[in-house]
Every structure is written in structure tokens, then in C-alpha cells.
Design a protein around this ligand. Structure first.
Ligand code: NAD
Length: 362
């Protein structure tokens, strides 16, 4: 990670608490701003207008057209709006899609950002920006895209449907799981990754028992912050490569895909990175971290099969080809045949296959 990004990450102001969004006017003033543009998806426009109301004269405009994968066409439209209303800060209220639009604007004009996340995706705490143009997704890392302030308000996550709560949580947990064996991990990132995983293992069952439990929702938001922060600090491997392929080339939904692939990718690496993944076994029980995560996903009623997301069995060969074209660091060597087998199991919703000590995949 470059020094500028590392410094910017340390300077982010992060606040947790029920109703914390109601302090938004103070946060805008604290930044020395006075003309805020509020961003959301069309589905969350009510939340965006609530923020505008809380801001009163500090609100200069509302733009509710954020979309998944940050299309450049939408960013261009938002940039026109920024200019028109002479915005001096952006406030994002929503999941990774809305956060992404705020980051794309800040990347272009270095505008101040306040992020109010409403999912567990964790984009708000990474310097990473993914954008799509003419159907192609590119990713960059830059200190400018980091929000200055993040407000985690558990009241806003209560409306997240239960299925999305589970898939979004597993999406966040995937960042932490891969951080455990990242080649550039540190003791600090490993501790933070485990903090994130523990938060979800503790908080998610409580949230599912009572989705309005604000204390439990706050625990899961703390997990989202920890998992997002490690995603921003270390490189990802097989899991993220597979999800990038399935999302980018086959249009599969982000959180659901991450949730389904997670146990399979970790089981694939469980033998080669057994020591690094041991804390997951300690946390969830069992001897294979991938199978342990599969058991947790089953208990949380998570989706388990890529075919349920609309992926065709006939797509699996091409997906295996794309995911293995370029080499990347991964604990277990990545071979086309092994990845094809992994995808078959994830497609069918089978338990992940595992490697025994002699390297036999059973
Ligand atoms: P999302 O932001 O696309 O949200 C999905 C849907 O749920 C949207 O319609 C949204 O309005 C709605 N929603 C969100 N929160 C809600 C709530 N509390 N109540 C009711 N509805 C709610 O989904 P996501 O999984 O958060 O984000 C996915 C996007 O984020 C992808 O484009 C992904 O690439 C990106 N992402 C980026 C990073 C990064 O570091 N750059 C990290 C993670 C995800």
C-alpha cells in the first residue's frame, strides 16, 4: 500500500451508533463544507431525502441514480449535477453501489465525502474504485476515493432484507478470510480480519433471530468496517478472482456470488494455507476452514448454488478458462481442472471438495 493511501486511511473519521445519521449537519460543518450533494440508488431515495431534510440549508441537491458497478455514464451525469449546484461535498447513503458513485466523483474532483453505509459490503473503508465503461470493469486504488467520514447507523441496516443481510455479511467475511493468507498480510491485518469474522459469527445469528436488534446490527456493522478495512490493506486471491469473473463476464449479483463461492475458495486453499486459516477452524469448529464456512452459511440459510443465480452449467468451462488465464498469487496452485471442479460444486450447491495430505481432491 502506498504511503499516501496509508496516511489517508488513518485519517478517516469513523463513528458508530443508532441515529448517528442525525448528526449529519455537524459532520458537514466539521468538514468546512456547506453545499452537500446526497447520493443514493433509486430504491433508497427516501433515505437520501431524509438526509437532505436533516441538513436543511446545507443540502444543495439529491441525486438518486446510483447503480451497481459504477457505470461511467451515471458518474458523468452526477458530475454535471455537482457542477450545476456547486457542491462542496458528497454524502452517500446506501450499499457499495452508492458508495462507489461517491468515490468516482471524489476521484475526479477530490470532493469531500461522508459515507453512510447501509449494507456490509465495506467499500467505504477501501481506497479501491471499480468502474464500468462499455461493459468492461476496471479497478484502481487511490487515496482520493477514501471518504473523510463514515457514519455507521444500525437503524439504517434494519431495512436490509434478511437474504441480503446474509449474503452481504458473507461478502464481507470473504474479504477477511482471504486476508488471512494474503501475501502482504501483517499481524495487524490478521487481527483485524479475525475481529471482522468474529463480529459476524457473533452478530449475524442474533440479527437473523431479530432483524430489528440494533445492538446486534451494530456488531455486524463493526464487522463490515473491519472486513472492508483489511480488503483495502492487502491483496485478495482465488475467491475474489472467481467472483470478479462470475460478476464481470456472466453478470452474476455481487453479494450472492461472494457468499456462494466463499466456502469453496477457502476449502481449495485449506490444505496449502492450513496454519493461516486455523483461526477460522478455532472460531467455527472443524478441521477445514472451507467446510466450517460452508456449515456456517448453511446455518444462516445462505444461498449455496450458483445455478440459483441463473448461471448455466454450459458456462462453467468458459468461467474456468477466464479465471485461470492470468496467474495471480494463491496459496494452492491454480489449475484449470481444479477450478472447473470447484465451479461445478459451487454451481450445484454441493459441499466444497477438499484436498487430503497427499493432495488428493475428494
Ligand atoms: P448495492 O449497493 O448494489 O445494494 C443492492 C440493493 O439493495 C440496492 O437496490 C440498494 O439500494 C439496496 N439497499 C442497500 N441497503 C439497503 C437497506 N439497508 N435497506 C434496503 N435496501 C437496501 O449492494 P452492495 O452489495 O452493498 O454493493 C455492491 C457493489 O459494491 C458492487 O458494485 C461492488 O463491486 C461494490 N463494492 C466495492 C468495493 C470496493 O472496495 N470498491 C467493496 C465491496 C463492494
Amino acid at each position: 500500500m502506498d504511503d499516501q493511501i496509508s496516511k489517508a486511511m488513518q485519517q478517516v473519521r469513523v463513528v458508530f451508533g443508532a441515529s448517528i445519521r442525525k448528526t449529519i449537519a455537524n459532520e458537514v460543518r466539521r468538514l468546512g463544507a456547506s453545499r452537500a450533494l446526497i447520493l443514493s440508488t433509486p430504491q433508497q431515495s427516501d433515505a437520501a431525502f431524509e438526509i437532505a431534510e436533516l441538513l436543511g440549508p446545507l443540502a444543495a441537491g439529491v441525486f438518486c441514480k446510483a447503480e451497481m458497478h459504477t457505470p461511467v455514464t451515471i458518474t458523468d451525469a452526477a458530475m454535471l449535477h455537482v457542477k450545476e449546484i456547486q457542491a462542496d461535498c458528497v454524502i452517500t447513503i446506501g450499499g457499495g453501489s452508492t458508495t462507489g458513485l461517491g468515490k468516482a466523483i471524489a476521484y475526479r474532483n477530490n470532493l469531500l465525502q461522508i459515507a453512510i453505509p447501509t449494507t456490509y459490503a465495506g467499500s467505504e473503508s477501501t481506497p479501491i474504485l471499480g468502474q464500468t465503461e462499455n461493459g468492461a470493469k476496471t479497478t484502481l486504488s487511490d487515496a482520493r476515493v477514501l471518504p473523510e467520514v463514515i457514519l455507521y447507523d444500525p437503524e439504517l441496516v434494519v431495512s436490509l432484507p434478511v437474504t441480503m443481510t446474509v449474503t452481504s455479511a458473507l461478502n464481507a467475511m470473504a474479504h477477511a478470510a482471504e486476508a488471512l493468507y494474503a501475501t502482504d498480510r501483517t499481524t495487524k491485518t490478521t487481527t483485524m480480519a479475525m475481529d471482522g469474522l468474529k463480529s459476524f459469527v457473533d452478530g449475524l445469528p442474533r440479527v437473523l433471530a431479530n432483524p430489528s436488534d440494533l445492538a446486534a446490527r451494530e456488531v455486524t456493522l463493526r464487522g463490515a468496517w473491519a472486513c472492508g478495512t483489511v480488503l483495502g490493506q492487502v491483496g485478495m486471491a482465488l475467491h475474489h478472482k472467481l467472483c470478479h469473473t462470475l460478476g464481470g463476464s456472466f453478470g452474476l449479483p455481487h453479494a450472492e456470488t461472494h457468499a456462494i463461492v466463499l466456502p469453496h475458495a477457502i476449502a481449495y486453499n485449506a490444505h496449502a494455507a492450513s496454519a493461516e486459516l486455523q483461526p477460522i477452524c478455532n472460531l467455527l469448529g472443524g478441521e477445514n476452514a472451507g467446510l466450517a464456512l460452508h456449515g456456517f452459511a448453511q446455518k444462516m440459510n445462505a444461498p449455496l448454488a450458483l445455478r440459483d443465480l441463473g448461471l448455466q452449467e454450459s458456462d462453467l468451462d468458459r468461467a474456468a478458462d477466464i479465471a485461470t488465464t492470468k496467474p495471480y498469487p494463491n496459496p494452492q496452485p491454480v489449475t484449470r481442472d481444479d477450478i472447473r471442479a470447484l465451479l461445478q460444486a459451487a454451481w450445484a450447491g454441493d459441499a466444497p471438495s477438499t484436498l487430503d495430505k497427499s493432495g488428493y481432491r475428494g
